[in-house]
Design a protein around this ligand. Structure first.
Ligand code: AHM
Ligand code: MG
Length: 320
């Protein structure tokens, strides 16, 4: 039995980063416990307040954010943190060598239906600027030292990379994350796609053409049938891609509110792009690799197309 603690040691992850990852995981276990108890823990429903992006927060968004924030503020390794649920960068320990960004509870609309939800996180090296400066996070995804998510599903699972392979762990009843897939690998070809079809009329013509070709199946230009799956939680949809392949898309949208896609670069697109890249897949925003994007603001949104490498290439070929 290989616990995440032992695996991080054998992967020669520095003691400081190890400590930081274990702090994140300890917080995730507290969240997992509340998620599991659901209505019994009084965590369902709306918090009757909005975040900086104008989204109504659920109680569990706020609870998960507070659990992670308190844990990270108490860590000697953390210089600053950023969260979907925090307007600005929050300063932590001036001596810390790392900064952490997270989406405390991804897939908020699944909370009240007992659907898949998760915590997405990423770690960068702290920069030589004020702890609470947005510059701490003005680093491209290629500079991430660690990325992962915890999926609160029928099992609680952790996908994690510290620069080597993307690995999968499962939370045991004794509170240990145990290695269950040493190297996740996304096959280059696929027959499954994941997209919110209700936005179809708002997509760019190239995106509409690409999806129409998939829908045409074996009679169309692609010459094969495709299936479609959509969890409504990125963490669940990307997990499926990591487990059995496929392509996930949240493309640009002509609706003004999500003109540049819905998903956030810092704490959604980048960590997922790193996990996918370290499992042999690709992640792009259109013309650019997600991991190459130079961030312009903390809560910046980007189109996300990720998964099977040949399928992502096929999407690119149809977008000029
Ligand atoms: P959230 O972080 O507030 O939960 O929003 C992000 C989620 C993603 O998990 C998911 O891919 C997307 O929003 C689904 O959005 P929609 O159903 O509006 O298309
Ligand atoms: Mg999210």
């Amino acid at each position: 039995m290989q616990t995440v603690e032992l695996q991080l040691q054998s992967d020669q992850v520095s003691p400081e980063l190890r400590e930081l990852v274990l702090t994140l995981l300890s917080a995730s276990k507290t969240i997992a416990d509340k998620v599991r108890r659901g209505a019994l823990a009084g965590v369902l429903g709306s918090a009757a307040q909005q975040n900086v992006q104008g989204e109504t927060q659920k109680k569990l968004d706020v609870i998960a954010n507070d659990i992670l924030k308190q844990a990270l503020l108490a860590s000697a390794q953390v210089r600053a943190l950023a969260s979907e649920e925090e307007d600005n960068v929050v300063a932590a320990n001036a001596e810390g060598g790392y900064v952490v960004a997270f989406d405390p509870l991804d897939g908020s609309s699944n909370i009240d239906i007992n659907g898949q939800i998760g915590t997405i996180f990423t770690v960068y090296r702290a920069q030589d600027v004020a702890s609470d400066s947005p510059e701490q996070f003005a680093q491209p995804g290629s500079a991430q030292v660690c990325a992962g998510y915890v999926l609160y599903g029928p099992s609680t699972q952790l996908a994690l990379t510290t620069g080597g392979p993307s690995r999968l762990y499962t939370l045991d009843t004794d509170g240990q994350y145990v290695l269950t897939e040493a190297e996740l690998a996304i096959a280059p070809d696929c027959q499954e796609y994941s997209i919110n079809m209700s936005n179809q009329r708002h997509w760019a013509p190239d995106t509409q053409g690409y999806i129409q070709a998939l829908q045409a199946g074996s009679e169309g230009p692609r010459g094969k049938d495709f299936n479609m799956r959509w969890n409504g939680a990125m963490v669940g949809d990307v997990h499926r891609v990591l487990m059995r392949g496929g392509i996930f898309l949240y493309p640009a949208n002509t609706q003004s509110k999500i003109h540049n896609g819905k998903l956030r670069l810092l704490y959604e697109a980048n960590p997922m792009a790193m996990l996918v890249a370290h499992a042999g897949g690709k992640a792009i925003s259109g013309a650019q690799k997600i991991l190459d994007i130079q961030p312009e603001s903390l809560h910046q949104r980007v189109p996300v197309i990720l998964g099977a490498s040949n399928e992502v290439d096929e999407f690119s070929r149809q977008h000029h």
